[in-house]
Design a protein around this ligand. Sequence first.
Ligand code: PHE
Length: 339
Amino acid sequence: MREALEKIKQIAKKELMDAQDIKSLDNLRVKYLGKKGELTNILKQMGKLSSEERPVMGQIANQVKTEIENALDASLVTLKEKAMNAKLLSEKIDVTMPGKPSPMGNKHPLNVVLDEIEEIFLGMGFSIVDGPEVEYDYYNFEALNLPPDHPARDTQDTFYITDKIMLRSQTSPVQVREMEKTTPPIRIIAPGTVYRSDEVDATHSPFFHQIEGLVVDKNITMANLRWTLDTFVKKMYGNDAQIRFRPHHFPFTEPSAEVDVMCFNCHGKGCRLCKGEGWIEILGAGMVNPKVLINAGIDPEVYSGFAFGMGLERIVMRKYAVDDIRLFYDNDVRFLKQF
Ligand code: PHE
């Protein structure tokens, strides 16, 4: 029995030293010290020993047990340390590695220029307002002095939702909404999307953007309109930019004008960019028709106003020499990245 104990001790110690992980260490604990373990098996045979041998063997057996337990503990400590080191090594990050660049977006050209335009008008004391894109026929046409049978409605190619509700074809309805809401002085611009059932080509899209302007106060005249637009184009295109008014007709302004800016490419001489005209049309404008003031609850005997509306795409196309409106909506980053 003494020999058997000695053998178990030797083998157990060796196996414990060789154990590669905590799980096999547990298995060894069961193998030697468990209820059906090898040491326990031997101890069960103690009963067969003589009363003199028993305490001697008992002592040896206890010693073996303690030694195995100690070896187990020592092994456990080394294995835990080993596992921790391996974990630290595998989780180590190299902080000197270059990071992965994340792609950066940039502002859409329409927004770049809209921001610029808003900044200019804010600087002149205007505020920026918003109106609905799904609009009543009343605000889009009727209140703006385009009764149901008015021929000018045809030029607007409207998307109707019901016979009273439509997608607004211009930003001018915001004029009426603003005048209904506030008492003069009014000084606003209203940028936004407008919709027309146009055939798509290089200069037409079923939706595009306009910026409406409206000023209503006592003693507002055409001279105020002219100064405002002149100041705007000089800030937008540079101090040598010039405008001219051409007589025109809009039902909601009287008198009305189309406003051109002198071609900044040829300075009025006529070139390919301005199609030989020397001037480029940028917006429609005029003095608010007294009928529109009345429709919106403002007394035309006390107040007068001017309004203008410009197409954002046109202005951006001219500014950056973009020759196809569809480029703005294709979302091709090779195009968008250039601004
Ligand atoms: N709403 C007009 C258009 O879409 C532009 C305009 C606005 C004209 C305000 C005069 C005054 O063509």
